[in-house]
Ligand binder design. Structure first.
Ligand SMILES: Nc1ncnc2c1ncn2[C@@H]1O[C@H](COP(=O)(O)OP(=O)(O)OP(=O)(O)O)[C@@H](O)[C@H]1O
Ligand SMILES: [Mg+2]
Length: 281
């Protein structure tokens, strides 16, 4: 299959990532999946926080297995997919194991082979990654067409978001990022984004696109506790604007073709980085 043919059939792939943990990636990912599903898109949410996954917990669902069985060859990806009542499919990342914290080349190959089959059934693939700059995060983000960085106004979150963007741009050739600021009002959200952009503009070859912000809200905590989606209130309204902004963005012409077209590139970049080719500021 040529790249042009693949582009016609391949889903859009968006990775959701952050430098610091606990900033709202999974919460935003499940709502993005739900909204896209409501718009009629066929959506797969891949829980890529392997071994510490919690998409299933937030949705109050349970599956028959996880990506772990797929990677060990014990199951096919289609066997462990969960069709959620929220209107999208989830590939569970599994919980309580550490052996997949850095997928090896063979495991990456198995996953990409399985995804090549599965992605024909979807219009949109979302990848909810772990926090930080671990190998899996770099692999998954570099394998996606677009990436969304989530951060809070906390200075450590800002610094870690910058570090993630820096590593992805310098070692994995990812230069364009959507940015969501969580737990802020509109003014502080804009300010936090500008802080990140001013330092990124100065030192990195990247383009950052602000998609919006979500206020700090008890409604969010209640929804998480109830294991259900947020459906109303101020935080919901603000998040909905950000979700629409992500979903309405045009595809990136330079990065189309589904997961399979990036994984080899990603692997190559990873090897170069390990060999010390990646530079750092
Ligand atoms: N806008 C918000 N207002 C209040 N609480 C929030 C908000 N966003 C997220 N939270 C709280 O932060 C917690 C962590 O959210 P979530 O699990 O989505 O973060 P994460 O970035 O996926 O974390 P991890 O890095 O561990 O995967 C949630 O359980 C929720 O209670
Ligand atoms: Mg998470």
């Amino acid at each position: 299959m040529t790249k042009n043919e693949a582009v016609k059939t391949s889903p859009r792939v968006i990775a959701i990532c952050s430098g610091k943990g606990g900033v709202g990636k999974t919460f935003f990912s499940i709502h993005l999946a739900s909204k896209a599903g409501q718009q009629g898109l066929r959506v797969l949410l891949l829980d890529a926080d392997l071994g510490m996954a919690n998409v299933d917990v937030m949705l109050g669902m349970s599956g028959k297995g996880s990506i772990r069985q797929v990677l060990s060859g014990a199951a096919r990806l289609s066997d462990v997919l969960v069709h959620t009542k929220q209107g999208f499919d989830v590939l569970p990342g599994g919980s309580g194991f550490s052996d997949l914290s850095a997928l090896n080349t063979q495991q990456q190959q198995i996953l990409m082979d399985e995804m090549r089959e599965a992605e024909k059934n979807y219009d949109l693939v979302l990848i909810d990654t772990a926090a930080g700059i671990g190998d899996n995060v770099l692999f998954f983000v570099a394998s996606a067409e677009s990436s969304l960085v989530v951060l809070t106004p906390d200075p450590t979150s800002l610094t870690d978001a910058y570090a993630l963007i820096k590593v992805l741009s310098q070692q994995r050739d990812v230069h364009r990022f959507m940015v969501l600021v969580n737990q802020v009002d509109a003014f502080e959200g804009e300010l936090t984004f500008r802080r990140l952009m001013s330092v990124a503009d100065r030192y990195l070859d990247v383009q950052l696109d602000y998609v919006g912000c979500v206020p700090n809200s008890k409604d969010v905590q209640k929804a998480v506790q109830r294991q259900s989606l947020l459906t109303s209130g101020e935080a919901f309204q603000a998040m909905d604007i950000a979700l629409s902004s992500v979903l309405s963005r045009p595809r990136d012409d330079s990065r189309q073709g589904g997961l399979q077209f990036f994984w080899e590139h990603s692997l190559g970049q990873g090897l170069n980085a390990e060999q010390g080719v990646g530079s750092s500021v």
